[in-house]
Design a protein around this ligand. Structure first.
Ligand SMILES: NC(=O)c1ccc[n+]([C@@H]2O[C@H](COP(=O)([O-])OP(=O)(O)OC[C@H]3O[C@@H](n4cnc5c(N)ncnc54)[C@H](OP(=O)(O)O)[C@@H]3O)[C@@H](O)[C@H]2O)c1
Length: 249
């Protein structure tokens, strides 16, 4: 039987959502490819999974560097020849304390767009031959409730909280819709998932209401392992159409 493969971006931290997703997919028998812009941070996490008896590899991948994405695709082509799940998990939240579009730092907006939208878009382009070579590949874009301030007029207590992050996630939801259309008629399904507030930064002090990464990861893994009749082009949380707003960006 051919080994299923999954690539997860932004897997540089043991406490991060990406590593929780990688662990759960590894437990399902996937060979997981943990990626980080500094591969020396992903390698110990891959080793931790290997020590637990799973199949895991670490690769360098920087979402602002298209060559690094092409190199990762070349590596997967040589090693496996297919990719069953691509998880666009990496992100940056440069402006959580900014509460209005008028006060937005536009350099932060450019950077967030690069990491959350253009990077994942380029990565999908690099990986398309591998995704197409898999029997039924899944693409999961890890989104955020922040985007729904724009898409659904959700009130987060500011005119626009974290404008760079929120606009980038809004565009990631839109990218999800257009990629789903681009892959229509193929077995490839593309969805966005809001993981919900998650305790991924113990060093900064997570909120008491944040849930464990393993719990949030389940909804991402659900979208990564959908059956053939699963949805495409939607926004979900915990395997349900997002409760707080419109399913599309
Ligand atoms: N945690 C939450 O409460 C929450 C809520 C809603 C949505 N989300 C979303 O869930 C995802 C994971 O959340 P998290 O809190 O675990 O993540 P995070 O710590 O905010 O970031 C995830 C990873 O992105 C990587 N990254 C940043 N810039 C990159 C680049 N240019 N190329 C490649 N990787 C890059 C970081 O790597 P470095 O270590 O190299 O910086 C980090 O490991 C994110 O998309 C986030 O927006 C999280």
């Amino acid at each position: 039987m051919t080994t299923k493969t999954a690539l997860i971006t932004g897997t540089s931290r043991a406490a991060g959502l990406g590593f929780a997703v990688a662990r759960q997919l590894a437990e399902l028998g996937y060979h997981v490819v943990l990626t980080a812009r500094d591969v020396t941070r992903a390698e110990p996490l891959a080793e931790q999974l290997r020590q637990a008896g799973h199949a895991a590899t670490a690769l360098r991948l920087d979402l602002t560097d298209q060559a690094s994405m092409d190199e990762a695709a070349d590596h997967l082509t040589r090693t496996f020849g297919h990719l069953d799940a691509l998880i666009n998990n990496a992100s940056d939240m440069p402006d959580f304390r900014t509460l209005s579009a008028l006060g937005a730092d536009l350099d932060a907006v450019r950077s967030a767009m690069e990491i959350d939208v253009i990077g994942p878009w380029g990565l999908v382009q690099s990986m398309t031959p591998l995704l197409t070579a898999a029997p039924a590949a899944r693409i999961v874009n890890v989104s955020s409730l922040s985007a729904l301030q724009i898409a659904a007029g959700l009130d987060l207590g500011a005119s626009l909280r974290a404008p760079a992050h929120s606009m980038a996630k809004y565009m990631l939801n839109a990218l999800t819709t257009v990629l789903a259309r681009a892959f229509a008629g193929t077995p490839i399904l593309v969805n966005a998932v809001d993981p919900g507030d998650t305790a991924t930064h113990p060093e900064r002090g997570d909120d008491d209401t944040d849930r464990p990464a393993a719990e949030s990861a389940r909804g991402v893994v659900w979208a990564a392992t959908l059956d053939a009749d699963g949805p495409t082009g939607g926004l979900f949380r915990d395997g349900q159409v997002h409760p707080d707003g419109a399913p599309r960006g």
